[in-house]
Design a binder for this molecule. Sequence first.
Ligand SMILES: Nc1nc2c(ncn2[C@@H]2O[C@H](COP(=O)(O)OP(=O)(O)O)[C@@H](O)[C@H]2O)c(=O)[nH]1
Ligand SMILES: [Mg+2]
Length: 327
Amino acid sequence: MPANLPPDYFEAERLFREAESTTEKIARLEDLISTVPKHKGTDRLRADLRRKLAELKREPRSHKGGARRASAFNIGREGAGQVALIGPPNVGKSALLDALTNATPEIAESPFTTWEPLPGMMAYEDVQIQLIDTPPLNAEYTDPGLLDLVRRADLVLLVVDVQGDPVGQLEESVALLQEHRIHPRHRSEELGPDAGTYVPILLVANKSDTDADGELFNLFIALLDEEWPMVDVSATTGRHLDALKQRIFEALEIIRVYSKVPGEPPDMVAPYTLRQGSTVAEMAAKVHRDFYENLKTARIWGADVYDGQMVSRDHVLSDGDIVELHV
Ligand SMILES: Nc1nc2c(ncn2[C@@H]2O[C@H](COP(=O)(O)OP(=O)(O)O)[C@@H](O)[C@H]2O)c(=O)[nH]1
Ligand SMILES: [Mg+2]
């Protein structure tokens, strides 16, 4: 694997790995190939990928895959991460989307108010995160598009109603996902690499509006037989919604990096967002391919460096760093 592939490559690679039908695999592999920068260090990789693409094109296509790509669930990623709100009917998924984002979904007591997924953007400090409301999980029928959305999501918020039967709701939802080989990430060690797709899940115990001392929430926790990352909130009163936003940001495992043009003040308004552990070269790839290819050094201001420190392209960035790229 050549060093310093741009972050888009890893994202595209993940989507390719998760593609199910041949049609979808071909489309995603084509996307993947387009993210590989063209230079000597990537010759082998590009040849391997093109060979794989030729093989896939020889396979018979399934119509199912073609239909799936056009699904309403295939929502383009926007902002620093894509987060799916899922769960049983009436737990307040749409109410949460309404409370957290600029979107205005329909909210109602009837169990099947939401039929189509609906995205909205949530501001957290200076980043925008995409939240997607979805139709309820249903043991009778689950749209394959919904399952794909869950597999692709950077984070899943599994919403339950703490005033209802949160344990039953959680168990049913997890069982349904499991039927489709989707598992919470904290089970990966137990289930092993061949069990299917692991997704990070944050459990959201909604409707905790009358639960001022957390009694219902603590009872819920006591009844669970494993530990979940979880937070109790109320979409109606706004209780703990700020904490929820922060947990979402943390769970995405991203850092914000601010760019600076030599001789000018940094742009502190629109940070680049990168995965934790990303390097200066990966940041350069987000700015422009030319920066990525021609980058010589960079100067950094931030918590782990002295002001204006010169670093190489392999330097690992921290949240809040200001970076001046030199080509
Ligand atoms: N008490 C209370 N009711 C809520 C809360 N969130 C949603 N609801 C109500 O629960 C019902 C279902 O909400 P909705 O968002 O449509 O649920 P969804 O089916 O999961 O999308 C509506 O009557 C909402 O007003 C909450 O935090 N507290
Ligand atoms: Mg709804």
